[in-house]
Design a protein around this ligand. Structure first.
Ligand code: GLU
Length: 260
């Protein structure tokens, strides 16, 4: 059984559907539970970075728009919802006296030499000063990010940038399942426990799971491919579990991506 204790620098990605309800309200119970786990990790001397989705989803609480959003509508929701998102994190992490710092990035920022260097330096300084970095895509300016991007890929790129050894993806499902039917029924016997190589068969399984935020399972597999190239282990588990990260040590309900 794999265990978070074996890792030092950990990126935790939280999906929109974990953090926000359909009405644009924060899922406070879930955020409280994740915040408690973050406090536990920090107490255990782990270096933690959060990649949090949810700006667009939380923007829906006050700005009423139709289900299908145009690009400017998504960007307006993100501009408003990002404040709600950070307020929610601040409220929950304050209970553990954990100060936070916000970084908004585009995938380009993680690739261009000068901006990626600056982003890395900012993250290092925040970590050194005991301030938890919370990263999201810069949705309001980065047009292609909203249309094509998702935070799974951003999280994998951030993990690469800062040399993380573990990426935890908190999703609404327990991990990668063998078939569409098994995703629906959450048939645990068909949960894939460990993936050592991204094969066409794995990609086919991922194609079935479409109900998870913007990126879906397929973008999580793309993220795992980036992690594999950078000696970073990735794990997918449900953020809706009680103690979703502490539970990883004993709970079997997760898919670990470990290159062999
Ligand atoms: N950056 C978007 C947001 O915060 C979410 C992208 C995604 O679905 O991962 O709303």
């Amino acid at each position: 059984m794999r265990n978070v204790n074996s890792y030092k620098r950990i990126v935790i990605k939280i999906g929109s559907a974990v953090l926000a309800g359909a009405n644009g309200k924060v899922n406070n119970n879930i955020l409280a539970s994740i915040s408690e786990d973050i406090a536990w990790l920090l107490k255990n001397n782990k270096e933690i970075l959060i990649v949090s989705s949810g700006a667009i989803a939380l923007g829906r609480k006050k700005i009423k728009l139709s289900e299908n959003l145009s690009l400017p509508e998504s960007q307006a929701l993100a501009a408003h919802g990002q404040i709600e998102l950070m307020s929610a994190w601040k409220k929950h992490l304050n209970k553990f006296s954990i100060p936070i710092g916000q970084i908004l990035l585009t995938p380009r920022d993680t690739e261009l030499k000068i901006s990626s260097k600056n982003a890395t330096q900012t993250v290092s300084k925040l970590l050194e000063s005991g301030c938890l970095p919370i990263i999201n895509e810069n949705d309001s300016t980065a047009t292609d990010e909203i249309r094509f991007g998702d935070n799974d890929l951003l999280a994998a790129k951030v993990a690469k940038l800062i040399g993380a050894d573990l990426l935890i993806v908190l999703s609404t499902v327990d991990g990668l399942f063998g078939s569409e039917e098994d995703v629906k029924t959450r048939r645990i016997s068909s949960l894939i426990r460990e993936v050592n190589k991204i094969t066409p068969q794995i990609k086919k399984m991922a194609g079935h799971a479409s109900q998870m935020g913007k990126g879906g399972m397929i973008s999580k597999i793309d993220a795992a491919e980036i992690c594999f190239k950078n000696k970073c282990v990735m794990v997918i588990t449900s953020g809706k579990n009680k103690k979703p990260i502490r539970g990883l040590a004993k709970r079997a309900k997760a898919t670990w991506f470990v290159k062999k």
